[in-house]
Design a protein around this ligand. Sequence first.
Ligand SMILES: Nc1ncnc2c1ncn2[C@@H]1O[C@H](COP(=O)(O)OP(=O)(O)OP(=O)(O)O)[C@@H](O)[C@H]1O
Length: 325
Amino acid sequence: MSKELLKLEHLSIDYRVKDGYLSAVNDVSCTINKGEIFAIVGESGCGKSTVAHSIMNLLPGGNEEITGKIIFKGKDLRTCSEKQMEAIRGKEIGMIFQNPLDSLNPVYTVGSQVSEAIMLDKVDKREAWNRVVNLFRDVKMPDADERVNSFPHELSGGMRQRVMIAMMLSRNPELLIADEPTTALDVTIEAQILDIMKGLKEKYNTAIMLITHNFGLVAEIADRIGVMYAGEMVESGDVFEIFENPVHPYTRLLMQALPRKTKAEIRLQTIDGSVPRITEKKPGCRFANRCPYALEKCFQEDPPVVNIQGDHFCRCYLAGKDEKK
Ligand SMILES: Nc1ncnc2c1ncn2[C@@H]1O[C@H](COP(=O)(O)OP(=O)(O)OP(=O)(O)O)[C@@H](O)[C@H]1O
């Protein structure tokens, strides 16, 4: 049986904007295997959320143009109807976002909202309610028995994120897409939420696509990572391999920016300059103007994707060469 769960093949997404179009994602290919945590890491605006939302067919709609394939369990989700996607969302692929308030209905108690999700799977009301309390305990909600009766605004950010994870867990999806799930939380609560996510992987074999700009988080939790820059995945592979042997100059700069010994938050905005908005597709590497090793051809031709070893890939002319060392 294949271990591949989700495979993005040459995924490109342009947004039509007033002055033309914006290339938010360009030629992204990667695989998430069953039961693994794959982190997509990159600075603000590099296209992480666009990738996540496209998988669920939840882009705002109307102004995007997508090419490439999004293959989930062997089926290209881009060929699914909205009805088929509705059946997949929640049940097969769950999603949690940075701000859980956006996903919770303010006029219903959090317990009733989780119970509604459980009843989608034809479970009767009493049984659903029993499961809600157990799920709240599973996600280590303080005073779980009482909190089920709270409204979203009565809970802290960390508690709301626990509700979202409980809601997601209630349907036991094979893949969880977590888009910056801990960004709004303080470090202690962040650690607890990460522990819950690791537990999901261990207990239910849930695969997780973790979207983050926090490299420290990636080191803590991911099995494999994909580093994104200006809409492109510039390097991907096993987390230890990439931390030990970063190949792309961008990944190397990120690594150098990491304090030697820390488990605290490590933000990426430590490199001079910012991610460019690509409004015109011209050949060349998107990182060339910030790259200390750029060659003339880096500005003129698209760099190749080079296989370093195993599933370690890097999109760079210098990959595997000595020039940048
Ligand atoms: N609906 C849209 N229409 C036009 N441009 C958009 C739209 N959504 C996103 N963009 C642009 O696409 C690019 C990628 O945005 P995206 O939100 O995917 O990045 P991100 O890496 O998730 O950033 P952040 O970490 O800040 O959320 C950005 O330049 C953004 O301004």
